[in-house]
Write a protein that binds this ligand. Structure first.
Ligand SMILES: O=C(O)CCC(=O)CC(=O)O
Length: 259
């Protein structure tokens, strides 16, 4: 575990695995941190080096003054790769992490080997919806939207069967710095890659959740239809599919990156 000073902000990261293996970078969703990938890492490490980090304003990464942009968040990844002298890597991002992946695929194709965009979209939500969420979090804190978040992130069946796992994810959520969260909400609000995704050259795997109401199967379809070398797989899960369908997610990811 280590820190990098990136664009005047301290970024937390962890690089694991044997030097010489290909690298897979994981980028977390809004209100989570690098621990989101705990269920993937042991399997992935059998074949890849794993680079995880906390998105700016989340976990142990610093909350610099906002609002943020996806370009800023993607440049954090490029600085991390430069710092670790990694010329190219596979990149897997979920939701806001998937937007970061799209930016990298469009603007830094020479740094991205294979791209996995999970539970994301070329445009997520509406300006009004994001502004309402920002106002509500600034006034009432993240705990005030915890229950609604649980319902968007996991199906009721998964919550009932895995209460401790779900509570652990939500514990990270309520501990997230509200200002960091709001600054990232603004980055999601302002991102719209619908006109640009056709420029992504990296082989791309789009993963969607059949029960995801935030980034739908149709949102995944728009990505898969417009990115030239993309295919889509739908998992039976809500928004946080890498946890709700962890084994299938890991298998897909590993098969795709090793093909
Ligand atoms: O999860 C993200 O990174 C952004 C999309 C979102 O609104 C997630 C949520 O809180 O339901």
């Amino acid at each position: 575990m280590a820190y990098l000073n990136s664009n005047n902000g301290r970024l937390f990261y962890e690089l694991e695995g044997e030097a010489g293996k290909e690298v897979l970078v994981f980028s977390n969703s809004l209100g989570t941190d690098h621990s989101l990938w705990n269920l993937q890492v042991p399997e992935v490490l059998k074949q890849f080096r794993v680079l995880r980090y906390d998105v700016r304003g989340h976990g142990q990464s610093e909350t610099t003054s906002g609002p943020y942009s996806i370009k800023l968040l993607a440049n954090d990844v490029l600085e991390l790769l430069d710092h670790l002298e990694l010329e190219k890597a596979n990149f897997c991002g979920i939701s806001i992490g998937g937007l970061t992946g799209q930016w990298l695929g469009i603007h830094a194709p020479e740094r991205i080997d294979k791209l996995i965009i999970a539970n994301s979209a070329a445009k997520i939500g509406t300006t009004e919806g994001w502004n309402e969420r920002i106002d509500s979090v600034r006034k009432n804190g993240l705990a005030s939207i915890e229950e609604a978040t649980r319902q968007r992130w996991f199906t009721p069946e998964f919550v009932a069967a895995n209460p401790e796992l779900v509570e652990e994810v939500l514990r990270v959520f309520v501990q997230t710095d509200p200002e960091g969260y709001c600054s990232c909400c603004a980055a999601v609000r302002d991102a719209d890659f619908r006109q640009d995704i056709s420029r992504i050259q990296a082989p791309t795997l789009v993963i969607a959740g059949t029960e995801d109401k935030v980034c739908t199967v149709e949102d995944g379809g728009l990505l898969a239809e417009n990115i030239p070398d993309a295919r889509q797989v739908n998992l039976k899960a809500a928004h946080i599919s890498n946890i709700e369908a962890a084994a299938d997610f890991s298998r897909l990811l590993i098969n795709f990156c090793s093909s």
